[in-house]
Design a protein around this ligand. Structure first.
Ligand code: DGL
Length: 271
């Protein structure tokens, strides 16, 4: 099957987190049509078992293939760590599949040799050890210290991004001894760019924050251009936002990223 550059890009996450990636992508590739699926009904993925996340991922990939996506972007670290290999095998030549972890690893290889890197992410991402395995395989002398921060994504999803409760929780997590003396911190959950300013403030703006959303958007651009699949049509792009459960906080967050997004649809994937 030949992929066409005019086909849309499918992006999914457990909720609003993937919007940080979708936003970075549309800023970099304004002509691309996006189909976004927020699996709000199953949030948080970070607390689910690997087989459960794999089952969600495959069903969402199916739905995005039915919508003729040329590329499926797993805009979620938890799903990337649990289900990327499976999704890639399942989708095969029907679309390109991209995760949010490998672009970050490439970035570390290029810019952070011999540094001490911290990582915060969901339990699934941290317990999978996937970043550590990939970083060790680079053999660039990078030391990784990871801390699971499971309460952050649900708070962001609830619309608490600027609430005092979130800031106190963040202080508690970031003061973990593992994160002492780090040179940079990987935001290994796509929800975290939403609270980037609070994380930067905690570290008094002295360390680099590695934002997977921007890095992944650049990787997708490179991949599409490499395969001559970047959309060059000049008509206004068309974005669609689907959610498996319609919540007000999803819509409130989505509008922050895409003020003109009018198409929020409940997609009954699990009913
Ligand atoms: N945004 C997701 C990630 O990058 C997960 C948040 C969750 O559903 O637990 O891991």
């Amino acid at each position: 099957m030949t992929l066409q550059s005019s086909q849309p890009i499918g992006i999914f996450d457990s909720g609003v987190g993937g919007l940080t990636v979708a936003h970075a992508l549309t800023s970099l590739l304004p002509q691309e049509n996006i189909i976004y699926f927020g699996d709000v009904a199953h949030h948080p993925y970070g607390e689910k078992s690997m087989p459960a996340i794999q089952a969600y991922t495959i069903k969402i990939c199916d739905m995005l293939l039915q919508q003729h996506c040329k590329l499926i972007l797993i805009a979620c670290n938890s799903a990337s760590s649990a289900a990327y290999e499976l999704a890639k095998e399942y989708v095969a030549s029907k679309a390109k599949v991209v995760n949010v972890i490998d672009p970050a690893i490439d970035h570390l290889r290029e810019h952070f040799a011999n540094k001490h890197i911290g990582l915060i992410g969901t339990r699934q991402t941290v317990n999978s050890n996937i970043y550590k395995k990939k970083i060790d395989a680079l053999a660039r002398g990078i030391k990784l210290s990871s801390v699971a921060t499971p309460l952050l994504a649900p708070m962001i999803e609830e619309g608490y991004a600027d609430h005092i409760i979130l800031k106190q929780t963040l202080d508690n997590y970031l003061s973990h001894v593992e994160l002492k003396n780090i040179d940079a911190l990987i935001l290994a959950c796509t929800h975290y760019p939403i609270i980037k300013k609070h994380i930067a403030a905690y570290f008094q703006h002295k360390i680099t924050l590695i934002d997977n959303a921007e890095i992944t958007a650049r990787a997708v651009k490179g991949l599409l251009e490499h395969h001559h699949l970047h959309n060059q049509q000049q008509n206004a792009p068309h974005h669609k936002f689907y959610v498996s459960d319609y919540t007000e906080s999803f819509v409130a967050n989505a509008i922050l990223f895409f003020p003109n997004a009018l198409h929020f649809e409940h997609y009954p994937l699990w009913e």
